[in-house]
Ligand binder design. Structure first.
Ligand code: AMP
Length: 190
């Protein structure tokens, strides 16, 4: 069973690749950013609490994220596997994920980091901001999100490497090549 954790900086292509893999593996793509953006659009309590953090490029408080993820993982379609995209985002979330999975009697099968150099990320994110009009894809917020990534999220690379669980894929290639490498990585170690 595939239960994948997708790590990588903003703009690495996690969302695009996770969506493709989710379709080809028939398992849900669980993007915390997508769930939060939907909550903001629907003006739910969660959305109203999360919006200011998202607009500033800051992480939304762990408590909100953890209950949101646990609720999502207990939905029936997640019984057959899942792809987590954008979560965990810091060490406390990674530790909490372990505990959550233990409660749910699940374990992850792969942790994959999509590597992409900074200059490519900034270029991609600026383009996405123009195309999709995402309110957090302006240059100042992009730079801040990359800084938050470096400070809070990138330590997860060591966290999972030390457990010999990290697999790396070069995300600075044509999207179809990245997809093929991801599929190879998952199959080799399924
Ligand atoms: P993303 O679409 O993954 O780039 O997420 C967009 C924004 O949603 C981030 O900049 C954060 O403000 C928030 N967010 C998404 N996932 C998380 C998470 N796991 N923890 C905290 N904040 C998150």
């Amino acid at each position: 069973m595939s239960r994948l954790i997708f790590l990588g900086p903003p703009g690495a292509g996690k969302g695009t690749q996770a969506k493709l893999l989710s379709e080809s593996l028939g398992i849900p793509h669980i993007s915390t950013g997508d769930i939060l953006r939907a909550a903001v659009a629907e003006q739910t309590d969660l959305g109203q609490e999360a919006k200011a953090y998202m607009d500033a490029g800051e992480l939304v408080p762990d408590g909100l994220i953890l209950s949101m993820v646990e609720e999502r993982l207990t939905q029936r379609d997640a019984d057959s596997g899942w792809i987590l995209d954008g979560f965990p985002r810091n060490a406390p979330q990674a530790v909490a994920l372990d505990a959550m999975l233990q409660r749910l009697n699940q374990t992850y099968s792969h942790v994959i980091n999509l590597d992409v150099p900074d200059d490519v990320l900034i270029e991609r994110l600026l383009k996405r901001g123009q195309q999709l009009g995402r309110s957090d894809d302006t240059e100042a917020v992009i730079r801040h999100r990359l800084q938050v990534y470096r400070e809070q999220t990138s330590p997860l690379i060591d966290f999972y490497s030390e457990r010999q669980q990290l697999q790396r894929v070069d995300g600075d290639q044509a999207p179809a090549t990245v997809t093929a490498e991801l599929k190879g990585t998952i199959q080799k170690t399924a």
